[in-house]
Design a protein around this ligand. Structure first.
Ligand code: SAM
Ligand code: SF4
Length: 335
């Protein structure tokens, strides 16, 4: 095993070549499943990584084998220095991508093009403006929808992330799939997951199985093609015959994909999380600011990664509030 593989390989032999970096805890939406209604206590600005610190930490991961970086948040595009961050990270030998709520895409589309960033995930939970308002507590449906079209017509590879909630937007599954008839985007239905303060309840979640039941009620079996998933893919991918786009399901709750996990997460205040569901964190930023070598901290974090969902290996454990409320809210992890 060479040096690169060693630092980012865990005790289960999983090699981590994908780093998700949250750039900010702030957001211009307030999605109910992501943020508690009362908002979250933000870290002081001085605790948030500067653009140079983001670059320095990212570079160390790239030197040790990371080939893919996704920027997320909060909302990454509310950071004023986003053009600088994109430019710096684009100079690294990685596939750079972005997860966004889409509100600021039109302002930065030229910056994305200039830095060769082609893969953009945009969150959109409803095709109904009023429902969009209810779930995000803000009135930006048209802006987001038009920006998705803008990305698609400009040749970006767009994935639309849709968190399904029972009796709220589960009646839109087919409408979302119909969107892929003429627009070459991928709709990714995400099972609603538990995080601190998001009032998770298994009864409000729509499972992979339920999604597929709906699909097969409307589309005949021979028109629904199961696509080959990419290596380390978190989603099960499908396509309706003849449609330009595709759809997928991310089943973190009912069918976790931890065995092939290749992801690590860096929070906006410089904490390394070895798993989305893990409550433990390793402080890279303080070590970096002290001028210390952060590699041993990274190695310890990677070695401490548990096999399945940060130790919540059964649905019973996932349903135990005591276990998942020790974790952060999703908006400060970044998805
Ligand atoms: N603001 C950006 C956005 O909305 O895409 C990036 C950050 S957001 C936290 C990343 C992804 O996490 C979004 O697609 C969002 O839908 C998803 N997400 C947030 N809370 C979730 C939850 N409780 N269950 C499942 N997905 C969730
Ligand atoms: Fe903001 Fe994204 Fe969370 Fe919605 S899902 S509140 S857009 S961070």
């Amino acid at each position: 095993m060479n040096k690169e593989q060693h630092l980012l390989t865990d005790t289960f032999g999983r090699q981590h070549n994908y780093l998700r970096i949250s750039l900010t805890e702030r957001c211009n939406l307030r999605c109910t499943y992501c943020m508690p209604e009362e908002g979250i206590a933000l870290s002081p600005k001085s605790h948030i990584m500067s653009f140079d610190e983001v670059y320095s930490i990212a570079k160390i991961f790239v030197d040790h084998g990371v080939t893919k970086i996704r920027l997320t948040g909060g909302e990454p595009m509310v950071r004023k220095d986003i053009p600088v961050i994109l430019k710096q990270l684009a100079s690294l030998p990685v596939e750079l991508s972005l997860s966004t709520n889409g509100i600021n895409i039109d302002r930065f589309i030229d910056t994305l093009k200039a830095n060769d960033i082609h893969n953009i995930n945009v969150s959109l939970d409803s095709l109904d403006a009023e429902k969009f308002h209810q779930i995000t507590r803000r009135n930006y449906f048209e802006k987001v929808y038009n920006n998705i079209l803008l990305l698609a017509t400009n040749g970006f590879k767009v994935k639309i992330n849709t968190v399904l909630i029972k009796n709220f937007n589960d009646n839109e599954i087919v409408d979302f799939i119909e969107l892929t008839k003429n627009i070459p985007v991928t709709i990714r239905f995400i099972e609603f997951m538990p995080f601190d303060g998001n009032k998770w309840d298994l009864k409000r979640m729509i499972s992979y199985q339920e999604i597929m039941n709906t699909v097969y009620r409307v589309f005949s079996q021979n028109r629904v093609h199961r696509l080959l998933d990419a290596p380390n893919d978190t989603s099960k991918n499908y396509k309706i015959e003849g449609y330009k786009g595709s759809f997928a399901v991310i089943s973190s709750v009912t069918s976790p994909f931890c065995g092939s996990c290749n992801r690590l997460r860096l929070t906006a205040n410089g904490q390394l999380k070895n798993c989305l569901f893990s409550a433990s964190e390793s402080d890279l930023l303080t070590a970096l600011r002290k001028g210390e070598n952060i590699e041993p901290v990274i190695q310890k974090a990677v070695q401490g990664k548990l096999g399945i969902r940060g130790g919540m290996d059964t649905l019973e454990k996932l349903k135990t509030p005591r276990l998942h409320t020790k974790n952060r809210s999703m908006t400060t992890i970044g998805g």
